[in-house]
Design a protein around this ligand. Structure first.
Ligand code: B1M
Length: 208
């Protein structure tokens, strides 16, 4: 099985072919780590690149992310077994009061595809739930918000981290359509990402 075939099927969003390709590659002796790095992660990097260049759009990126996920599902148990080092632990959620989760899910999938261990806290996430995630070992928290009315809950969550004495133990990345770098600076977040592909780069830099 040529790993380039799996790579291309991820880019093209062909989930069933990715799944079949991963199974064949494993049966033929390729290691889970090799498939992850040379096919799945490489393909998602390519998808992110094409998105930034305006060659791919959000629906295609979602479809590619799902195709990658289909392959990843077969590798996960093997990766845990072979002890592949996680890129870091990220807890991500849409902040309190906000039910939009498509962008957050996309960011979570891209992070997972880049080797992060992702705790998805869901939507309408109360500050205390983010605080708890830090206690459970999250190194990076990801706050997503799609409404101008819920963005302020990012600041409230940062305050909850300070109140719990945990602000220094975790990096905070924020994003979502109304969120900007200026806003991230204003509330004292550690990073901002305008889209899912840059979110993986920002998360990598935050744990580096
Ligand atoms: Co809502 N909605 N919505 N909505 N909705 C918007 C956001 C809105 C802009 C529509 C509009 O008026 N033009 C508007 C917000 C206005 C504002 O605040 N300025 C709005 C409104 C008003 C509302 C309601 C209040 C409507 C009502 O009930 N009167 C209501 C609020 C409900 C609530 O949350 N409490 C509501 C409800 C809903 C639905 C439930 C129907 C549905 C959500 C379904 C779901 O998510 N499961 C929905 C939808 C679909 C939208 C639009 C149409 C699409 C959002 C989306 O999924 N985009 C949206 C209009 C629009 O954006 N065109 C709209 C695609 C997604 C891939 O992009 O989420 O931006 P996005 O994510 C990007 C980046 O932002 C970034 O990466 C992603 C991928 O590149 N990103 C991060 C996101 N999170 C990140 C986190 C990071 C880093 C990057 O780090 C942690």
């Amino acid at each position: 099985m040529d790993l380039r075939e799996i790579f291309q099927n991820v880019v093209d969003g062909q989930a069933a072919d990715v799944e079949a390709g991963v199974k064949t590659a494993l049966a033929e002796g390729a290691s889970a780590e090799e498939i992850l790095n040379k096919a799945l992660i490489a393909a998602m990097d390519q998808v992110g690149q094409l998105f930034e260049e305006g060659e791919l759009f959000v629906p295609e990126m979602l479809i590619a992310a799902r195709a990658m996920q289909a392959g990843l599902n077969h590798l996960k148990p093997l990766l845990v077994q072979s002890g592949v080092k996680s890129a870091g632990k990220v807890a991500i959620g849409t902040v309190k009061g906000d039910l939009h989760d498509i962008g957050k899910n996309l960011v979570a999938m891209m992070l997972e595809g880049s080797g992060f261990e992702v705790m998805d806290l869901g939507v309408d996430v109360a500050p205390e739930k983010f605080v708890q995630a830090v206690r459970e070992g999250a190194q990076v928290l990801g706050f997503s918000a799609l409404l101008t009315t819920t963005m302020s809950n990012m600041e409230a969550t940062l305050q909850a981290l300070k109140n719990a004495g945990l602000r220094d133990q975790v990096k905070v990345m924020v994003g979502g359509a109304p969120v900007t770098q200026d806003y991230a600076n204003k509330i004292g977040a550690d990073g901002f990402a305008p889209d899912a592909s840059s979110a993986t780069r920002v998360a990598r830099s935050l744990v580096a």
